[in-house]
Each structure stands twice: as structure tokens, then as C-alpha cells.
Design a binder for this molecule. Structure first.
Ligand SMILES: Cc1ncc(COP(=O)(O)O)c(C=O)c1O
Length: 473
């Protein structure tokens, strides 16, 4: 056996030689990135020793050293003295998807995706509770254990409300949950076995990353473009791996604000049917009916689940949401919810249904959409000329930082000017490097003026460019 053949047989990972083109070190780094993205190389996996890989590829050790350095520069791998080079372990950290403000006293918080603060919310809840307290029938019902799926009356009330919002569904298809995060977790916990794989946009909601990790699922990133998840990349992944479910936010990806095109939705459905994938569509980032596309559960009702929550339209503290599922999956999901907590609290369901279906709630929701439109105009005014993505009634924008800004420096320097932003790291699936981009939430400031001041400071910072860093010795 030749030296090369022996080395090849001992390598734990090998790039496909026929795909190498251009500078070899770059091709090896590209191949590493592809293997990490499709899950062939998992976080923490050791790379072959450099000499072994060099022999296997018939190149010099220097070329492999350069390739590993390039991969390290891209944030794909980390080299440790004594333990060689390994795929980066971003995945072992608990993602920081806190929903409590980190902004200190005077800082302008643009980091959280929360409903626009308004004293009307508390007033409306207070009126709802007063009304509820004069309904002994509803109070008495709340004292009883509820069916796992949730009270049939509440499910019907919610289904009617959603249908009026152009999300037609029936109460039988709904399971009431304690918010959108619970619905995400319930779907994964009940429908996917530990060790099985789920896929999502490469940049996704950190609560989903946390749920998949908590349940020991393989979570694979699928690259996106400005129309959403790329079907060619999803198909490639499906050809290599058995994937059970894809998680999508087609109306408003959190964090990138990308809305998936109709053509893209249909292409994804075709793949889901071909590869027998479930589709978990997260509608928590609630978008006005006039600006919505076709939900997946309407395109492929037999395999799609839809998540609704009142967190972005009424208030996150209510912890109330629902999961729409094909009726064939309802018994399985109900059993999962029963094992967790028997059912969601009937009293909270009664209060939320009463509030949500009132004309007051609709006024509040309409006010928030009008206010968001005005806030988006401010965004366009302050960030004109920069590369950002936004959805007209979305809570956030995604700003690609111009060269040579790095996201970490931008966030630190914004903080020193009294603006709080969140790091892009928690949104990254797997060990892919975070982009040099930041999410800018438009909703936390109670007043538009404050948002304007925050955006003005960011625009000044962008124009000035990063402070030169101290030379390393
Ligand atoms: C896309 C997405 N899904 C789920 C959630 C969690 O929703 P809830 O607060 O209803 O649990 C959020 C919260 O920000 C979100 O952005």
C-alpha cells in the first residue's frame, strides 16, 4: 500500500480530492466548512493530524497548516495545545436567548424583540380580569383539570379569531400551549427522537437552537439567501442525512427579517413531500394579514405545524400560545403535553381569549402596526445607504456592517454610546461563524423619539468607522 493510500485509510475526515480547485489550502478550508455545515463534522470533532492529512492529499504539511489556519480565521475550528485542531464548540454553550432587558438605566435598548411598551396593555388586561371576575361560570370551569389539548371552548374561540385574521383553522387542530417557545419544544420533544436531525435556516431563533440542544437533536443549518432557505442546499442535506423536520419563520425570520417568497415556499413544500419532512412554521413574529404570504400549513396541511403566540401582539408575560397540527398528530402531541404538565392553565386561557377577541385588543394590535410603520420610516431615514433588511411590520432589522466593522466591536462601541444591541452569535446554528451583522430591534423604546436617538447614534458610529485596535505584541 502506498504512503498516500495508508494515510487516506487513517484519516477521520478527508475532503473530496476532485472538488479541490484554486489554492489548495482554501479548497481544504471550504471543504471543512461544507462538512461542518452538513453535519458530517460535528462540534468538537478532531481534525486529522496535519502530517497525516498532508500525506493523504499528497501536499506539503505547510499547505495543511495554512488550510487549518484559514479555517480558524473563519471561526470554524479551534486549535488547542496538546489536543490538536477541533471543530469549534459553539454548540456546547447554552445560547443566550434571554428575553429580559440587559440595557442599564440610561441606555437605549434595541436588543429585545418585545411588543412596543404602552400603558394601554396593562389597562386592557385589568379590564379583562374585571370582566372575567364577574363570570362565575368561567371561573368555576378554570378550577377543573382541562383536557390536554386545552379547553374546547377556548380552542374554538381562538380558531375563530385566527380564521378572521386569515389563518383559517379549526379548534380540533389546535393544542393550547404556554407560549410559542413551549409549542416549539413540544413539537420537537414529541415528534423527533433523540439523535435524529432537524434543519433550519442557518440564522434562526435562539430558542429553537436551545430546544434542539436540550433534547439531544442534531440541528443542521441550511444556507439562506434574500428569499429565505435555499432549496438546493436543503436538498443536498436531505440526500446525505435523514432529516425529520424543518423549522421555518417564512413571514419574518428572526433575526434577519427575511420574508420567504411564494415560489420558495412551494419549492420547500415539494422537497418536504419528496423527502418526507415535517414543517414546523413559527408564526410568533406575527405579521399583519395584508403583508403575509401563504402559510405552509395551507400549502401542505398533512405535514405542517403552525405556531401562534400572543407574546408579540398582547404581552410576552402571558405565556399563552397554540400549536396547529394535522389532526393525525394531535393524539401524540396531546400525550406529550400531558406528560409535561397535564394541560396549560385554564384561567390564563380564559383571560387571554376574552382579551384577544375584544375590540380593544384589535385596536391595540392596529396601533402597534401603525407605530411600527412610523418606526420603520425612522430606520430608513437614519440608516439610508447602509445594507439592511427589514419587513414593514417586523419588530427588527438586520444590518450587514460595512467593512471593516466587526459585530463585536460595533456592539461594544454602541454600548459606550448608550445603545444596547445583541450579539449575532446566539442566532447561529451549529459551529458556523457569526456574520458581521447586528439585529436592531425597533420596539423596546417606549417613544419614537428615543428610538430616533438610538438610531442616530448608530448611524454616527457607522459613519465614523471602528476605533483602531491596540497593536498586539
Ligand atoms: C420566532 C420566535 N418564536 C418563538 C418565540 C417565543 O415566543 P413566546 O414568548 O410566545 O414563548 C419568539 C420570541 O421572541 C420568537 O421570536
Amino acid at each position: 500500500m502506498s504512503i498516500q493510500a495508508r494515510a487516506r485509510s487513517r484519516c477521520s475526515w478527508l475532503p473530496e480530492l476532485d472538488t479541490l480547485s484554486g489554492p489548495i489550502y482554501k479548497s481544504v478550508a471550504d471543504a471543512l466548512a461544507a462538512s461542518i455545515a452538513d453535519g458530517t463534522l460535528e462540534p468538537g470533532a478532531p481534525l486529522p493530524p496535519q502530517r497525516l492529512l498532508a500525506d493523504a492529499l499528497g501536499v506539503t504539511v505547510g499547505t495543511v497548516t495554512r488550510a487549518y489556519r484559514e479555517a480558524e480565521r473563519r471561526g470554524l475550528v479551534e486549535a488547542r495545545v496538546g489536543s490538536g485542531t477541533r471543530v469549534r464548540q459553539v454548540g456546547s454553550q447554552t445560547p443566550d436567548f434571554h428575553h429580559l432587558s440587559k440595557a442599564d438605566g440610561d441606555s437605549i435598548d434595541l436588543s429585545l424583540s418585545i411588543p412596543i411598551p404602552s400603558t394601554t396593555r396593562a389597562q386592557q388586561l385589568s379590564q379583562t380580569l374585571t370582566k372575567l371576575s364577574s363570570r362565575p361560570d368561567l371561573i368555576a370551569q378554570s378550577l377543573s383539570y382541562q383536557p390536554e389539548q386545552g379547553s374546547p371552548a377556548q380552542r374554538m374561540q381562538l380558531a375563530q379569531w385566527l380564521t378572521a385574521q386569515e389563518l383559517p383553522m379549526s379548534g380540533e387542530e389546535l393544542i393550547l400551549t404556554t407560549g410559542g417557545q413551549h409549542a416549539d419544544f413540544l413539537a420537537l420533544q414529541t415528534l423527533i427522537r433523540p439523535g435524529e436531525a432537524v434543519a433550519s435556516d442557518a440564522l434562526t431563533y435562539p430558542g429553537m437552537i436551545a430546544a434542539a440542544r436540550q433534547l439531544g437533536l442534531k440541528h443542521l443549518p441550511v444556507p439562506m439567501d434574500r428569499e429565505g432557505m435555499r432549496p438546493d442546499a436543503l436538498e443536498k442535506l436531505c440526500q446525505r442525512q435523514r432529516i425529520r423536520l424543518i423549522y421555518l419563520m417564512p413571514e419574518h425570520n428572526n433575526p434577519t427579517a427575511i420574508q420567504m417568497s411564494e415560489a420558495r415556499r412551494r419549492a420547500i413544500v415539494e422537497l418536504a413531500r419528496r423527502y418526507d419532512l415535517l414543517i414546523l412554521e413559527d408564526g410568533v413574529q406575527y405579521v399583519s394579514p395584508a403583508l403575509r404570504g401563504t402559510p405552509f400549513y395551507r400549502l401542505a396541511p398533512e405535514r405542517s405545524l403552525y405556531i401562534f403566540s400572543v407574546s408579540k401582539i398582547l404581552a410576552g408575560g402571558l405565556r399563552f400560545g397554540a400549536l396547529r397540527a394535522p389532526t393525525a398528530l394531535i393524539p401524540q402531541l396531546s400525550a406529550g403535553l400531558r406528560a409535561e404538565c397535564w394541560s396549560t392553565p385554564g384561567l390564563m386561557g380564559a383571560a387571554v381569549c376574552e382579551w384577544l377577541t375584544s375590540p380593544d385588543a384589535q385596536e391595540l394590535i392596529d396601533w402597534q402596526w401603525r407605530e411600527l410603520e412610523a418606526r420603520h420610516r425612522l430606520l430608513e431615514q437614519h440608516l439610508a445607504g447602509y445594507d439592511f433588511l427589514a419587513h414593514p411590520c417586523g419588530f427588527q432589522a438586520w444590518l450587514h456592517l460595512p467593512d471593516p466593522w466587526r459585530a463585536s466591536d460595533f456592539i461594544t462601541q454602541a454600548a459606550s454610546r448608550g445603545v444596547t444591541l445583541v450579539s449575532p452569535e446566539p442566532f447561529c446554528v451549529g459551529s458556523q461563524p457569526a456574520p458581521q451583522a447586528v439585529r436592531i430591534c425597533l420596539t423596546p423604546p417606549p417613544h419614537r423619539e428615543q428610538l430616533g436617538t438610538g438610531l442616530q447614534r448608530l448611524s454616527e458610529l457607522l459613519a465614523e468607522g471602528p476605533r483602531p485596535s491596540a497593536p498586539l505584541v
